[in-house]
Design a protein around this ligand. Structure first.
Ligand SMILES: [Fe+2]
Ligand SMILES: [Fe+2]
Length: 470
């Protein structure tokens, strides 16, 4: 079951050849996907040989093959984690009952919406990142960008498979729509705001892979718990791929910090202007980028109080990330205290699950912060990077639009407006970061604003020519 069949047009481990109708429908969608990749995927690198990993098995051990690939020839396909025998629903009102192999009629439209919303983010991020190749800080980074891009493309396949296989004509229509909406498009934008934000520089890319791909990880973890077994199995395998995306973000920011500390030492100063003049990114600017992308990603979890989240959980459609770590999996009659703009409020936990997820996400975000702050501490500096409060700069939920500072305090609107430019990147910050974005493509060379990685990909040296440009 674990092996992937590459002899077919669409690589898969779901015995696609035994369902001719489904196979034909997906084969009909495939050229549309390739056309989308050609028009909306990474610009101008179609003939480059990129050292990419391709899934060959869904085993936790040794699941990938590495080799030079032209991106348009990447073998996108349908890979589900192996089924868990006798799997039972692990939470909600139907806990203990067998999981669903088909979509129950009463949950059909909700499940379809959840899958479409998740699916929409995958091609959206490829679109957001399509110009970045022209400003890569190294060939190593260029390869990582493209690895993330092809895997987000594969994640689209993962969701489209579910739509085609389990949602009939509606599902096929949704699959077409996933290619018709575009990031930042005035008429047909992507569904979620963060996935319409422009991404013009690599500092934003590293923040995006750190914060926004981590939101993806948490969404996938909650779907991995789903009673709808095909969704659970799809998401479990996507998580294996997703880990690399967050690695790119965490190590990317860590290398920026390392380089900045080197420059600070060399110049004997922490003066941002002098650090910038030396071509490195001062830490206060990095902090503003962290504030921006973290707060933008926090909205992706939805409102603090949500009857939809209660319904999704009670029905078994969507659990909490790592559901087994909790003691109570039903959550009837449980309450939770939430801090609201007008004081503390006690709400049923079932209605506060978005907030529960957001809190565990923020804990996960702290891991990188600790690592970066250790680097700063070891270099003998007092500054510490931090995450903004989950109430800062929200546009969804009870804190939406309120003047809250990064520490979470409600402040005067005039004070907020005066200071916002020092909390998130100003136009001048963006122009400075943009001025650093120069393509570096000599094997082993790095742009001046980032340190080399500690090691290369798949035991190859950092100097390896990870992308051969033609
Ligand atoms: Fe993804
Ligand atoms: Fe991702």
């Amino acid at each position: 079951m674990s092996g992937i069949n590459y002899s077919e047009k669409i690589p898969n481990n779901v015995h696609l050849d035994s369902d001719r109708t489904l196979q034909r429908a997906l084969e009909h969608w495939q050229p549309h996907f390739l056309q989308w990749w050609h028009e909306m995927g990474p610009t101008d690198f179609e003939s480059a040989d990129v050292y990419l990993r391709t899934a060959i098995s869904v085993d936790a051990q040794g699941w990938a093959h590495y080799g030079a690939v032209h991106m348009p020839e990447y073998r996108w396909g349908i890979f589900l984690a192996d089924p868990v025998p006798e799997r039972k629903i692990g939470f909600g009102d139907a806990m203990g009952q067998p999981v669903w192999q088909q979509v129950p009629g009463e949950y059909r439209s909700t499940l379809r919406r959840l899958i479409v919303t998740q699916g929409d983010t995958e091609p959206a991020s490829v679109e957001q990142q399509r110009m970045l190749g022209h400003a890569c800080p190294s060939l190593y980074d260029l390869r990582n960008l493209f690895q993330v891009n092809v895997e987000e493309g594969r994640h689209l396949w993962a969701m489209v498979y579910l739509l085609h296989a389990y949602f009939g004509r509606d599902g096929r229509e949704e699959a077409e729509e996933l290619l018709a909406r575009h990031s930042g498009d005035a008429d047909k934008p992507r569904i979620l705001t963060t996935f319409n934000e422009p991404m013009r520089d690599w500092l934003s890319f590293f923040c995006f892979t750190y914060f926004t791909d981590r939101d993806g990880k948490y969404q996938l973890k909650s779907f991995a718990e789903s009673a709808f077994d095909p969704l659970s199995r799809t998401c479990r395998f996507m998580l294996t791929e997703e880990a690399h995306h967050m690695f790119v973000g965490e190590t990317g920011i860590s290398r920026v910090v390392k380089r900045t500390l080197e420059v600070m030492k060399e110049l004997g100063t922490d003066d941002p202007a002098r650090i910038r003049a030396h071509g490195a990114i001062d830490l206060p600017t990095l902090q503003r980028y962290l504030n921006y992308w973290c707060s933008s990603s926090l909205d992706l979890f939805g409102s603090e109080i949500s009857s939809n989240s209660a319904q999704n959980f009670a029905s078994g459609m969507k659990g909490r990330p790592d559901e087994t770590q909790y003691e109570d999996h039903v959550l009837r009659d449980k309450t939770l205290k939430l801090v609201m703009p007008d004081g503390e409020q006690e709400v049923p936990v079932l209605n506060a699950l978005n907030e529960v997820m957001r809190e565990s996400y923020l804990k996960d975000c702290e891991i990188g912060l600790k690592r970066w702050n250790r680097q700063i501490e070891r270099a003998g500096h007092a500054l510490r990077l931090s995450l903004p409060s989950s109430r800062f700069r929200r546009s969804i939920g009870p804190w939406a639009g309120l003047p809250v500072d990064p520490q979470g305090r409600l402040i005067e609107k005039s004070l907020y407006e005066k200071n916002l430019g020092s909390w998130i990147p100003s136009a001048a910050d963006q122009a400075f970061i943009q001025s650093l974005m120069r393509k570096v493509i000599e094997p082993g060379k790095m742009a001046a604003w980032i340190a080399p990685p500690e090691r290369g990909i798949n035991s190859l040296p950092v100097e390896y020519e990870y992308v051969k440009l033609h």
